[in-house]
Ligand binder design. Structure first.
Ligand code: PLP
Length: 239
């Protein structure tokens, strides 16, 4: 099933605008374009939209629900993509997640990590994981608080099949993206401290979404997760 020409054109045009913004942000930060990976977050959009983004050149994709990706994946098995799970993972879905994703970017408990480690991955011998850190005060957000991060990281590095690559966060949504900067700086600091603690490099900092990715890049993001700016706005009610 090929992607519709109009969809490809729209996504291609959106991607060009995003790329210009990434270029300017890496320029301001004195970084190189290759240091930042764009993860296209395709939640709520059909398999055709993923295919269109692939045809526009993207290779990293993110979904926030295991079942949603499970239903799109059969239409996209010919694409050579890296799939990231970016949404909260319940431990009863961990086994399936390990089979369907190359990366789990939202690990927030030892129970989930243990289930991911125990699952037989069909994709890779090692499963790359990020720990999701909860920044800000909202009680509803997932992720571990700062004090829970070191013990969780210590547990993950002992699991033979998991490869701890870094940290992820979804900071509070603030209209002025500049006000999100301290949260991004905080995540980088937590990553640096954790790296020292466990004595290995943690190369990945996944932070920044459609409205604040430039600030995230300036603060050291190595992966930005873009949905709306690429695919358009999502239905107001989550699927
Ligand atoms: C939906 C989502 C994104 C993308 O958000 P946009 O604002 O549409 O770019 C990024 N990260 C996570 C965890 C998400 O759930």
């Amino acid at each position: 099933m090929g992607a519709d020409a109009a969809v490809i054109a729209t996504i291609g045009a959106n991607l060009s605008r995003i790329e210009e913004r990434i270029e300017r942000a890496v320029g301001r930060a004195g970084r190189r374009r290759e240091e930042v990976t764009l993860v296209a977050v395709s939640k709520t959009f059909p398999a055709d939209a993923v295919r269109a983004a692939y045809e526009a050149g993207l290779r990293h994709f993110g979904e926030n629900r295991v079942q949603e990706w499970e239903s799109k994946r059969p239409h996209l098995t010919d694409l050579n993509i890296t799939m990231h799970l970016v949404g909260h993972l319940q431990s009863n879905k961990a086994r399936r997640a390990a089979q369907l994703f190359h990366r789990v970017d939202s690990v927030d408990s030892t129970a989930v990590a243990q289930k991911l480690d125990a699952a037989e991955s069909l994709l890779r011998p090692h499963l790359g994981v990020l720990v999701e850190v909860h920044l800000g005060d909202e009680k509803t957000k997932s992720g571990v608080v700062e004090s829970e991060l070191p013990p969780l990281a210590d547990a993950i590095v002992k699991f033979a099949r998991l490869e701890l690559l870094g940290l992820m966060a979804v900071p509070p949504f603030l209209d002025d993206a500049q006000k999100v900067r301290p949260y991004f700086a905080k995540l980088r600091e937590l990553r640096d401290d954790l790296s020292t603690r466990i004595g290995r490099s943690l190369p990945v900092l996944s932070m920044g979404m459609s409205h604040d990715f430039e600030v995230a890049i300036e603060e050291g993001a190595t992966e930005i997760r873009i949905g709306t700016a690429l695919f358009g706005s999502r239905p107001a009610v989550p699927l």
